[in-house]
Design a protein around this ligand. Structure first.
Ligand code: CA
Length: 424
């Protein structure tokens, strides 16, 4: 997207509080409900949402490739079927309508009152109907840490890791929205000292700090998406907490990989931030050695500088920051992940969700899971209230936040927040 020269000085006639994740440069997309009414598509500026269905009905979406049903919908899937060109035109229209100095909408106060709704009067809903959920394993530091703990520090990375963006197919039905609590999962565990497995509540409940991207409709079955084309098929990104039951995982994962340790819940943030909004925050990806196969090669900047933080809030207590990481630490880029996912002819559809894999950085305070932060329970993390954590306890709320910042412009994701309740 070509950005205007005055991009960083662009402001909106809707007030944006200092430090907000949602200046006019962001314009994320989500699904809202007002007063228990029908769900609809919305965007956000500062602490107000923009009701896109009403904006359409009032005639402000003329000459755009959309119908009212695209916004009068309980998911973004239908709108996303208009593809990158469609949603980009929509974003440009919103930029125009809500910029300081633009009078088309602003001068019609009775329209503004219908379209602009304070966020505290709005219920956020799942933004997409997720058809398929794929999870990658693309942080070199995370894979190295896990390999060091569970296999061999001298051969921490498995032989395929530097050649393949390793991934697996997850479960879409249990992807939940920020704010929805989860119950501690139960399952089989195999304590080292016991000969046989035991059954009970997970004792090693963990978060995984991830981000996820959401796709547009891809190509037909049998066709592939190249790294060059990949961004045309990616709508935007969310924060993603891929909950993990480490004790269940350890016993079940051989030979087919994660199953019940992963599929009980994964939480996402409610606003999808578009790649167009993230364009100014692109950075070079890491140097990749050995040189990757041709279909994974790419040109230009394909990584993003997104600051990430994880906080644990004990029941009734204060938030404790336990991790600061960055999306740019990922070894494999989203373009490579999507190219790899489709290189065999696998198709993707509007609303598919692709998790990055746990995002660990180079330093111990940037590790993206409790498994690594507390190093298998050997280095407990102190909390402000005097307690400590090796893993997540009942009553804890895990919060993840993320934002990009450059030239005075901050584009953020809000948060994904999930409370853990006792086993049912
Ligand atoms: Ca994961």
């Amino acid at each position: 997207m070509s950005l205007s020269a005055n991009y960083s000085s662009l402001t909106s006639w809707i007030e944006v509080p200092e430090g907000s994740d949602f200046p006019i440069q962001n314009l994320p997309f989500g699904i809202i409900r007002i007063n228990g009414g029908k769900k609809r598509v919305a965007s956000r500026i500062g602490d107000n949402v923009i009701d896109l269905k009403t904006l359409f009905v009032l005639g402000y979406m003329e000459n755009l490739p959309f119908e009212m049903e695209d916004f009068d919908s309980d998911s973004l899937n239908r709108m996303m079927r208009k593809g990158k060109q469609g949603t980009r035109k929509l974003r440009e229209r919103l930029l125009k309508l809500f910029s300081t100095g633009s009078a088309d909408l602003k001068n019609h106060e009775h329209h503004v009152n219908q379209v602009v709704v304070p966020i505290d009067q709005v219920e956020m809903c799942m933004p997409v109907e997720i058809g398929d959920y794929t999870d990658f394993y693309s942080s070199r530091e995370h894979a190295t840490n896990v390999g060091t703990m569970f296999r061999d520090p001298d051969n921490a990375l498995l032989p395929n890791w530097l050649w393949i963006p390793v991934g697996y197919h997850g479960r879409a039905s249990s992807v939940i929205l920020s704010g929805e609590a989860i119950h501690r999962p139960k399952g089989q565990q195999k304590p080292a000292e016991d000969q046989n497995p035991v059954f009970g509540p997970c004792k090693l409940l963990d978060f995984e700090l991830e981000m996820a991207f959401i796709t547009y409709d891809g190509k037909a079955l049998g066709d592939s998406i190249s790294t060059e084309e990949a961004e045309d098929y990616i709508f935007g990104m969310v924060l993603f907490n891929d909950w993990s039951a480490r004790d269940i995982q350890k016993w079940e994962y051989i030979p087919l990989g994660p199953f019940l340790a992963k599929n009980f819940a994964s939480s996402i943030s409610p606003w999808i931030v578009t790649l167009d909004a993230l364009e100014p925050f692109k950075v070079d990806g890491p140097d990749q050695q050995p040189e990757v196969l041709d279909y994974l090669k790419y040109r230009g900047r394909k990584s993003y500088d997104i600051n990430l933080e994880v906080l644990i809030q004990p029941d009734g207590g204060e938030e404790n920051s336990v991790c600061k990481s960055n999306f740019k630490y990922m070894y494999w880029t989203m373009a490579q992940q999507l190219a790899h996912h489709t290189v065999n002819g696998c198709n993707v559809r509007s609303g598919d969700l692709m998790g990055s894999g746990t995002i660990s950085g180079p330093t111990p305070d940037s590790y993206g899971s409790m498994l690594e932060l507390a190093w298998k329970g050997t280095k407990p993390i102190p909390m402000n209230d005097g307690s400590e954590r090796k893993f997540i306890l009942d009553g804890d709320t895990v919060i993840m936040r993320g934002f990009s910042s450059k030239d005075g412009v901050r584009v953020g994701f809000g948060e994904v927040s999930t409370k853990v309740l006792p086993t049912k």
